[in-house]
Design a protein around this ligand. Structure first.
Ligand code: SF4
Length: 223
């Protein structure tokens, strides 16, 4: 699934149907770990972020669908109390970094351009494959490139939540060029050298191609 130029995942429904595959006759089989959207339902969360503002604002709407029998209950509750009851304060806080990425991508428009294939692969790994991201952060290539304090490194290796939050910082760097993680100086210079070398190579190739095209053109007109 792809939306706003970045990849996402969607839970597959039951075979030949639209129902969630975690639904059982006794109710939700993953209730304790149900996703944020399920915790909110039948409330819809709308997050908006203006181009010139750093933080997003939230508003809520009530979704009325016939199959939701909760609407028939004689009970009133404020949105704050409902969010507390559903454990949403913690979920929203932890997902904030991810939401900021999506909103920034949406609000930045074409000026930022389509992310490269490599940055999309990194985005997918950080958001949906934390084990691979941990191995990536532990790899020689990563540690050669980035300056990370030892206490932070041991924290993100041991704790999934810390790793996920670090991943959002890393993605701000990868997708939007923010300097959120310090590059080691030698590695940064080496990288700049490689980029320069590559751009020289492209320029030389383009020059050679133009020269060959001109030769062909003159060859044709003389021939
Ligand atoms: S609460 Fe969410 S995860 Fe659980 S059965 Fe319903 S849709 Fe599926």
């Amino acid at each position: 699934m792809e939306q706003n130029g970045i990849a996402g995942v969607k839970l597959r429904p039951v075979e030949n149907g639209t129902a969630c595959q975690f639904m059982t006759p006794g109710g939700c089989s993953v209730y304790e770990d149900r996703p944020t959207a399920c915790r909110y339902y039948p409330v819809a969360l709308l997050s908006m972020r203006k181009q010139d503002e750093y933080t997003d604002t939230q508003s809520y709407a009530l979704v009325k669908e016939e199959h939701c029998l909760g609407h028939n209950e004689p009970r009133e509750i404020t949105i704050d109390a409902y969010r507390r009851e559903q454990g949403l304060e913690e979920y929203d806080e932890l997902a904030r970094g991810w939401r900021q990425l999506i909103l920034k991508k949406k609000s930045s428009g074409p000026a930022v351009g389509k992310p490269s294939k490599r940055s999309l692969q990194l985005y997918f790994m950080v958001c949906y494959d934390l084990d691979t991201f941990r191995s990536f952060v532990m790899s020689e290539g990563f540690t050669e490139l980035y300056e990370l304090p030892a206490d932070e490194t041991s924290k993100i290796f041991a704790d999934d939540t810390a790793l996920m939050l670090f991943g959002f910082r890393f993605l701000r760097q990868v997708l939007f060029g923010e300097n959120s993680i310090t590059l080691k100086q030698a590695a940064a210079e080496k990288r700049r050298g490689r980029v320069h070398e590559k751009s020289q190579q492209f320029e030389n190739e383009a020059r050679e191609k133009r020269a060959t095209e001109q030769d062909d053109m003159y060859g044709d007109s003389l021939g």
